[in-house]
Write a protein that binds this ligand. Structure first.
Ligand SMILES: *Cc1c(COP(=O)(O)O)cnc(C)c1O
Length: 452
């Protein structure tokens, strides 16, 4: 803990100098900044010594809790050898070892690992790979993309071009390349106004319509499997993923799965695509890759894609892409330690009872007057708040009900961050069942406090 004069100094500097992401700084300036000083397990501690459950897994990436000894030790051990060396040219031990471990655990066939340092770049790499792949094969027109409404793939111009979340994107639309958006399988607000038990996944027919007309110009389809994260934790009906996969195969379009959020156990299996036995052509991973310790990402591709890039240098088939911190040894060492923990602590096996507790606990929210929809996939859940339950009329986003509820939760020792009027539950995978219960109790009280 720090003394109060220094704390005030930090708060002042924070407001003066730090421009926070996705934050209206005018609002931020009105509040007392929350400054985290340490963490331990699922708890974060601020400069006043107050503890909070890390209910967002520090932006959806923490898996084993904070200050996990095995990961700390692996980083310290690597630090005694080297912190960073480039992968442009030379290779390094942790990058090689992690690549070979990843190939063992991802769906069979994805055996080429391209490193970068965040989810956006991993997807950007996937998009560039797809376009260049078709160029090399002589399909010069395949330069457009297919993506889903409410999809989110990052904040670079390229990944925003394939994004489907309206309010983040408005200002940049003139810069985008061409992307066709298919309807999101968002069953609570079905864009086709069907019912999930009788629709026969009509949204897949819409997807096929786009492919039928435009596949000759489409390099790849990119989507988040099972759950669309930033678009509102939209949980897809079963069968959509495998259906989309089959359609892309049928129409000769590269199928890219963005597992940046869903990867590494979030959905109850190692990867979301495992639930429907889907093997994409390209897969991207980042958030949970090293337990949420430091920036690292990978884009995995099949041998088939990789081989098309092989040739004499003068043919310019090289994949011209790379980042300074590509394959950073510290990040990779942490990744290896995280994967060892998955085995040693039986992370996946231990998830099932937690997923059930979450499901049971969520039931009590159904009776709340302003809870319109509750959805869950593994250890991800969302509570969609509505002004009127019968008509599903949403709260106007300007009212920031979600933010108010999260501020109320913060007072009670829980840190969560909403997506508009959708409350998100995404704790570290090692959260214990009673802690999960406490987290949901705080949310329940906070929702009642703000909406009733
Ligand atoms: C967070 C996220 C990204 C972007 O990752 P960054 O590391 O924030 O660039 C991309 N796709 C999905 C599905 C995500 O959840």
């Amino acid at each position: 803990m720090i003394d109060s004069t220094y704390k005030e100094q930090l708060q002042a500097w924070d407001k003066m100098y730090v421009w926070h992401p996705f934050t209206q700084m005018l609002d931020y300036a009105k509040e007392t900044p929350l400054i985290i000083e340490e963490g331990n397990g699922i708890y974060l501690k601020d400069v006043d010594g107050k503890e909070y459950i890390d209910g967002v897994s520090s932006m959806w990436c923490n898996i084993h809790g904070h200050r996990k000894k095995e990961i700390d030790d692996a980083i310290k051990l690597q630090l005694d050898k080297i912190a960073h060396t480039t992968l442009l040219g030379p290779s390094n031990l942790p990058a090689i070892e992690l690549a070979s471990r990843l190939v063992e655990i991802v769906p069979h066939g994805l055996n080429k690992v391209f490193y970068s340092d965040n989810g956006s770049t991993a997807n950007e790499v996937a998009l560039k790979m797809a376009v260049q792949y078709w160029q090399h094969r002589g399909y010069k027109d395949k330069v457009e993309f297919l993506a889903l409404q409410f999809g989110y793939h990052g904040d670079t111009i390229g990944t925003m071009s394939v994004g489907g979340v309206e309010i983040y994107q408005k200002a940049f639309r003139p810069l985008y390349f061409k992307t066709h958006l298919a309807p999101s399988p968002y069953c609570y607000r079905c864009p086709l106004e069907k019912q999930v038990d009788s629709c026969n996944l009509a949204c897949l027919d819409k997807l096929e319509d786009v492919l039928k007309t435009h596949a000759h110009a489409i390099a790849a389809m990119i989507m988040e499997p099972l759950v669309q994260g930033a678009g509102g934790m939209i949980v897809h009906p079963s069968g959509y993923l495998s259906g989309a996969r089959a359609l892309c195969k049928k129409y000769n379009v590269i199928f890219v799965l963005d597992e940046v959020m869903t990867g590494f156990g979030r959905t109850g299996k190692m990867f979301a695509c495992n639930h429907e036995n889907v093997v994409p052509d390209i897969m991207t991973l980042s958030k949970g890759i090293n337990g949420g310790y430091m920036p690292l990402a990978v884009t995995l591709a099949t041998e088939e894609i990789y081989n098309v890039f092989l040739g004499k240098y003068a043919e310019l088939k090289t994949f011209f892409h790379g980042h300074t911190y590509t394959g950073n040894p510290l990040g990779c060492a942490a990744g290896l330690a995280s994967l060892r923990l998955f085995e040693k602590e039986h992370i996946l096996e231990n998830l099932a009872p937690k997923i059930n507790v979450l499901r049971d606990k969520l039931k009590q929210f159904e009776s709340l007057e302003h809870v319109g929809n509750i959805r869950q996939c593994g250890l991800i859940a969302a509570i969609e708040l509505v002004r009127d339950k019968a008509t599903k009329e949403p709260y106007p986003w300007e009212e920031r009900v979600g933010v108010q509820i999260c501020l109320e939760s913060r007072k009670r020792g829980l840190l969560i961050r909403p997506l508009g009027h959708i409350l998100v539950i995404i704790p570290p995978l090692t959260i214990k069942e009673d802690e999960l219960g406490r987290m949901l109790n705080i949310m329940y009280e906070s929702i009642r406090m703000i909406t009733e």
